[in-house]
Design a protein around this ligand. Sequence first.
Ligand SMILES: Nc1ncnc2c1ncn2[C@@H]1O[C@H](COP(=O)(O)OP(=O)(O)OP(=O)(O)O)[C@@H](O)[C@H]1O
Length: 299
Amino acid sequence: MTDPDHQPIDDRPSLDPVMDDHATDDRAADHSNTPLLQGETLSVLFGRQMVLREIDLSIPRGQTLAIIGESGCGKTVLLKTLVGLVKPHSGRVLFDNQDLATLDDHQLTAVRRRMGFVFQNAALFDSMTILQNVAFPLQQHRTLTDDEIEDQVMQGLAEVGLPPEVASKRPAELSGGMRKRVGLARALIMEPELLVYDEPTTGLDPIMSDVINELILGTRRRYPVTSIVVTHDMHTARKVADRVLMLFPRTRLAKHESQVLFDGPPSDLEHAEDRRVRQFVRGEAGERLNELVAAHETK
Ligand SMILES: Nc1ncnc2c1ncn2[C@@H]1O[C@H](COP(=O)(O)OP(=O)(O)OP(=O)(O)O)[C@@H](O)[C@H]1O
């Protein structure tokens, strides 16, 4: 989130143990021809600030979508709206054909169990060991013995390249890259149908960033997961995404311009018609510096 004054949303999984009997039925439902996720004319307001205006977005099953755009344009808000963590002011979100706004808490929990979240700061529980952190979703939702849970956690840690001795440590004892991989292991442990990553490589060195990229790709190769990756890292966007969506800050758009400046394969970014897209992906300030100076002078 860019604005520290606003209420933070707790990204960590809920501590309420909610058991759900219908999840298996949900997974079994065959909607394989419909997109997994659809956002229809989504607008989001915080107070009087409209962050998203009439966004339409449909994500087919198995696709990896990267959402890019400059800081504060609403990438995280769009991500959170799509998974039901932020309620749109208007429009609706359909997950597997179910309108999130019509679901009660129990049904929403069942839907969320089909999603895995990898948040920017890894959102681990500081007081728990790594084993307990990664085991957490399993303990909430599955009836497994402690030994079975431990086996699965150790396997999950190995899959993200973490050694077994990490299991007994606490998050504060690990590097940022390790914590991100723990976050990924925790998200993957339930084999979710939808994986959402918010800035998965922020703060990492280029090699560790690429380790995360490879893990995202490896997960997609392992099973047909649908993924949304919010990122500033153009290397990540180009490498992991089948499709890239570029948002633009609503306040800097002309009145009837769409907030989505680009929606297409990463290979088309360099040659996008819109100059703002080309400048963004090349990291060129263009007229932005002059705009910022002018905005400052008019205050
Ligand atoms: N819970 C909230 N309450 C009020 N305003 C919010 C909230 N969440 C986000 N905003 C505002 O919405 C705008 C977009 O925020 P968002 O975090 O989606 O941007 P972003 O594109 O992800 O930025 P960054 O790349 O810096 O993370 C910002 O102006 C932010 O202050």
